[in-house]
Design a protein around this ligand. Structure first.
Ligand SMILES: Nc1ncnc2c1ncn2[C@@H]1O[C@H](COP(=O)(O)OP(=O)(O)O)[C@@H](O)[C@H]1O
Ligand SMILES: [Mg+2]
Length: 245
């Protein structure tokens, strides 16, 4: 049997906000080159889970490890430097800076730091990869919505992350953009990136993920091959109870 050691592990990870248990004893592993879907109804704790992994929030209990080393209590910038990059459910960029400057900021603050001409060359390559070739000089405030998402993705990739966390990166795209967006994530998958994909677009989950973890009310209710999990009656029940979708 081939042993695959996980890139990222969560064990008993819990987050309380006052009396609310937003994330309740989460356990899962992400293996190298895996695109793991993290799904569940609105308010089930997906974004909070990503916030705990990236260090935007501290867990109330439990352990988060990156290649076996605990990162549970590190500050967000230290976790980023160790190789966890993310995009936000609501895009966060530096609007008065150019596309190129935003992407380069990811190289400066990320896992593998680059400066000067090296950072420039890498930023140009990433802009091309995400479909922003020739637009490096534009201010981010001038871009369309999907293009701001492309900038955010390029910025996250600029640090050469070991794990990329995408929080509803496809949300709000029109059908044409959605196809482009899925193709873009598929390319990341083909490159062997390790990704946690929080997504409501089930076509994207089906076509991009091998495995998924399903949350409901902060708890993991299912984990496994996508087709099996989506056919699980408990998962179907959890989604049918969600009027927001
Ligand atoms: N900073 C916070 N303070 C208090 N409650 C929060 C905070 N962040 C999230 N929550 C609550 O935690 C629960 C899970 O939220 P979230 O992780 O955003 O869910 P999802 O991303 O699955 O929609 C929700 O009930 C939400 O209102
Ligand atoms: Mg969310």
């Amino acid at each position: 049997m081939r042993m695959v050691s996980p890139v990222l592990s969560l064990r008993g990870v819990t987050k309380r906000f006052g009396g609310l248990v937003a994330v309740n004893g989460m356990d899962f592993d992400v293996t190298e080159h895996e695109v793991l879907g993290l799904i569940g109804p609105n308010g089930s704790g997906k974004s909070t889970t990503l916030n705990l992994i990236s260090g935007a929030l501290m867990p109330s209990e439990g352990t988060i490890s990156l290649r076996g080393a605990p990162i549970t209590h590190l500050a967000a910038q230290d976790i980023a430097r160790k190789g966890v990059a993310r995009t936000f459910q609501l895009v966060r960029l530096l609007p008065s800076m150019t596309v190129l400057e935003n992407v380069k900021a990811g190289a400066v603050f990320g896992h593998r730091r680059r400066w000067g001409t090296e950072a420039n060359a890498q930023a140009q390559a990433l802009m091309e990869q995400v479909g922003l070739a020739g637009r490096g000089h534009l201010k981010v405030g001038q871009l369309t919505y999907i293009d701001t998402k492309r900038v955010e993705l390029a910025r996250a990739l600029a640090g050469d992350p070991k794990v990329l966390l995408l929080d509803e990166w496809l949300a709000g795209l029109n059908p044409t953009e959605l196809e482009e967006g899925i193709a873009l994530i598929r390319r990341l998958r083909d490159e062997g990136r390790t990704v946690i994909l929080v997504e409501h677009v089930m076509d994207a989950i089906r076509s991009l993920c091998d495995r998924c973890v399903v949350m409901a009310s902060g708890t993991k209710i299912a984990e496994g091959a996508v087709a099996d999990v989506l056919a699980d009656p408990e998962v179907i029940r959890a989604y049918l109870g969600d009027d927001d979708d």
